[in-house]
Design a protein around this ligand. Structure first.
Ligand code: FAD
Length: 444
């Protein structure tokens, strides 16, 4: 293990998140390489009244991963620890990244049933914030958790599974990093599968009229509306039967669409929009016109995941699925009313209802609406307006994406909020794992 006490005035040890909107100089950075070392760090910190926070890939936009005390980097606890081909259950060290999981599962003919837009996150970070992809019949990544081992507030190990301490699973599978340090996660995986991808443009009005039916028919539906235009890009992914051979995009086409246009040209477009916001509507119309229809098939993780190198900040709300079209219409009117110039598309997705205590899809089929701004642009007016619109229909904010809610307002959105706080009181009574974000959203 390496453990370094830091000079807090030093900028060289300053940790920054991916969106460059959160940063901290932790008192200590520790890189344990065994579970016993994690236990020792937690015990020592608890004795001295320090807080401990694990950080994953730093891809959250909120300050949820900010560690002012001991920052734990768990890359030394990564990799496959067990796999059972018969049940499809596979276990990974808590620091394993999602792209490593896809590669490791591949060797056993297994895959994760659903993924979000990218795969740079750690598995623990992804489940702890409720990271999700799209699919009205599928839950977020935390719903794939079959078991977990955590180091809790007194430094002891807690095993939670369908057989041991099962009543805790709905809390720890999506625990905001508040319940302990996750050292191992077991996921329910599925046999590797090929996805048929269909990407085409649609009129926004027509999309909003039909989005519920489209989502019900598709395995995964992901839509992007370009503000200042009347058009959207609709991505519909369907699972192909076992044994189907993939017919992937030509590598040159893939590079041009997914790297050149989506990252390099888009970066230039965002930089231009930043200095000349008046050009944004025109740029969006051009971007939308450049969207070409494409169909292809590929192994699931290659279809789900994109490379995102243009930095942005994001807010995302889950709303009851049936409210999604109205929410988007209100956002469109708000952008016009305030004369905002928004270069990033608004993303729409779905998730099935689940029973995790703090899942944004708890107890309801959910529609997701995500808004983004280039990291150099001021996001405040746009995000505040969208937040008001979503809150009016009982919207729940993504735990890793910007929002202004507090324990007082969140308690009414989650029927099991107080049960979660009860689990926190039992597993971390001294608040060893807290930080200012958790104090805000869960109470001190
Ligand atoms: C470009 C980009 C694309 C994204 N796409 C999506 C998407 O498609 N869908 C979606 O829902 N979200 C998406 N997100 C949000 C992202 O998935 C979440 O914020 C996720 O939490 C990031 O994982 P991470 O490993 O970076 O975790 P971090 O941000 O580092 O940490 C998140 C939380 O997990 C806790 N944590 C990390 N490791 C442990 C551990 N071992 N034990 C206990 N707690 C731990 C941290 O303490 C913190 O509370 C995206 C973000 C970016 C920047």
């Amino acid at each position: 293990m390496t453990s370094v006490a830091l000079d807090r005035s030093s900028n060289s040890t300053r940790w920054r998140n991916w969106g460059r909107n959160q940063s901290v100089v932790p008192q200590t950075i520790a890189r344990p390489s065994s579970v016993a070392e994690v236990q020792e760090i937690v015990r020592r910190a608890a004795r001295s009244g320090q807080t401990v926070k694990a950080v994953g890939a730093g891809h959250s936009f909120t300050d949820i991963a900010v560690a002012p005390g001991v920052q734990l980097q768990l890359d030394g606890l990564a990799g496959l620890t067990a796999v059972d081909r018969a049940t499809g259950e596979a276990s990974f060290g808590g620091g394993t990244r999602l792209y490593e999981i896809s590669a490791l599962l591949d060797g056993y003919g297994l895959a994760m049933p659903n993924l979000g837009d990218i795969d740079r996150q750690s598995i623990s970070g992804a489940i702890s914030t409720g990271t999700h992809g799209s699919g009205a019949r599928l839950g977020g990544i935390a719903t794939q958790v079959a078991a977990m081992t955590l180091v809790i507030g007194d430094g002891s190990l807690l095993r939670v599974s369908e057989r041991e301490n099962s009543e805790l699973l709905p809390a720890v599978a999506l625990g905001l990093g508040a319940l302990g340090i996750i050292v191992e996660v077991t996921l329910r995986c599925v046999p590797s599968f090929v996805l048929q991808a269909d990407e085409r443009s649609a009129s926004l009005d027509e999309l909003l009229e039909t989005i519920g039916e489209r989502a019900a028919l598709a395995d995964h539906l992901d839509a992007y509306w370009f503000p200042h235009t009347s058009a959207a890009l609709v991505k519909t992914n369907m699972r192909l039967p076992a044994g189907s051979a993939p017919e992937p995009l030509h590598p040159v086409r893939r590079f041009v669409d997914d790297e050149l246009m989506s990252n390099q040209v888009f970066r230039a477009v965002c930089a231009l929009g930043h200095v000349a916001p008046g050009l944004v509507p025109q740029i969006n119309r051009l971007s939308n016109a450049a969207v070409a229809k494409r169909t292809y098939s590929d192994w699931s993780h290659r279809v789900f995941v994109a490379s995102r190198t243009v930095r942005f900040v994001e807010q995302e709300y889950s709303v009851p699925a049936e409210a999604l079209p109205e929410v988007v219409r209100h956002i469109r009117a708000f952008i016009v009313r305030r004369d905002l110039q928004i270069s990033f598309p608004v993303e729409l997705r779905f998730a099935a209802a689940d029973d995790l205590m703090l899942s944004t899809a708890h107890g309801r089929l959910s529609g997701y609406v995500a808004v983004h701004r280039y990291f150099r642009d001021d996001h405040r007016e746009y995000f505040a307006g969208v937040e008001d619109i979503c809150r009016a229909v009982g919207g729940r904010p993504h735990w890793g994406k910007l929002h202004t809610q507090t324990a007082e307002s969140l308690r009414w959105l989650y029927p099991r909020f107080d049960d979660f706080v009860g689990v926190r009181n039992a597993l971390d009574p001294e608040r060893t794992f807290t930080n200012p974000y958790l104090d805000r959203v869960l109470g001190a």
